[in-house]
Design a protein around this ligand. Structure first.
Ligand code: SAM
Length: 259
């Protein structure tokens, strides 16, 4: 023993000891967590301020509060960095209330954006945002779907499938269903890009039952059964994700057809 006080921290959401160390380190983590909660409470007050109510509602649907603009520009910049161009056809899976979607619709040629979410409220709010921001002329398509759009999309195929902050909720059978749909709907030279939790990612927002842990390797095994290949692209922070957000350590993945 080195004479310093050692302590352990228990995470109730994970039912496990998440950190052991010297008293100062654990105290610092406790302070950081308290500051985060305080920040969340302060941001929550915006729900009562007329000019901020709508923005608060949008942010509360995707989280974390206070990062809407930064996360929106991260999504567009990362997708462009990975090959999205104005002429690409894009499928935004789990599009939510269009945090990334609005930036994609502005950037893409008319008729090139499709958003799908299984939550009807997210799609309703997305439709309202499109009207409010006068983006109807860009002819975006939005669908509520429980099949990743497969039952609603007719014969559509896509150059780019974007699945931001969604993949880690899926269990293995869902990953197989998704891969099967991607095999049929991803253009021959198209890419799907999405993120999973990394070893260092913040997991405090997850609620039981906790989803299984995925890695690039475990997803590659699933994808290969459907003629697809998964490759790691680094962390979200490497692609411009805000450094103050806990999911910056998520791993970005690129999926393409096995040649
Ligand atoms: C954290 S939000 C991310 C929203 C958006 N992709 C973004 O990054 O701004 C996750 C979204 O995925 C949607 N979602 C989760 N599982 C889904 C599924 N199986 N099919 C379609 N949408 C799903 C949720 O309804 C929610 O809108």
């Amino acid at each position: 023993m080195d004479g310093r006080i050692h302590v352990a921290e228990f995470d109730r959401t994970r039912g496990a000891i998440v950190h052991t160390g010297h008293c100062c380190g654990v105290l610092r983590m406790g302070v950081e967590r308290t500051l985060k909660q305080l920040r969340r409470t302060l941001y929550g007050l915006r729900a009562f301020v007329p000019g901020w109510r709508r923005r608060h509602k949008l942010e509360a649907m995707v989280g974390p509060l206070g990062f809407w603009d930064k996360l929106q520009s991260y999504q567009l910049r990362a997708a462009i960095g990975l090959g999205l161009s104005p002429g690409s056809s894009l499928l935004d899976l789990g599009c939510g209330p269009l945090q990334g979607g609005i930036a994609f619709i502005r950037y893409l040629e008319a008729g090139h954006y499709t958003g799908v979410d299984h939550n009807p409220e997210a799609i309703q709010i997305g439709q309202e945002e499109i009207s409010r921001l006068a983006l109807r002329e860009k002819k975006p398509r939005l669908f509520v779907s429980r099949s990743f759009g497969d039952e609603e999309l007719g014969p559509s195929c896509f150059d780019f499938i974007w699945i931001s902050q969604v993949l880690y909720y899926f269990d293995e059978p869902t990953m197989h269903r998704l891969s099967e749909m991607v095999r049929r709907r991803l253009a021959p030279d198209g890419v799907m890009v999405g993120d999973i939790l990394g070893p260092e990612s913040d997991r405090s927002f997850l609620r039981p039952p906790l989803p299984p842990v995925h890695t690039a390797e475990s997803l590659d095994l699933i994808a290969s059964e459907h003629g697809l290949r998964v490759a790691k692209l680094g962390t979200l922070a490497d692609w411009g994700y805000p450094r103050r957000v806990g999911l910056r350590n998520n791993i970005l993945l690129r999926v393409h057809h096995l040649k």
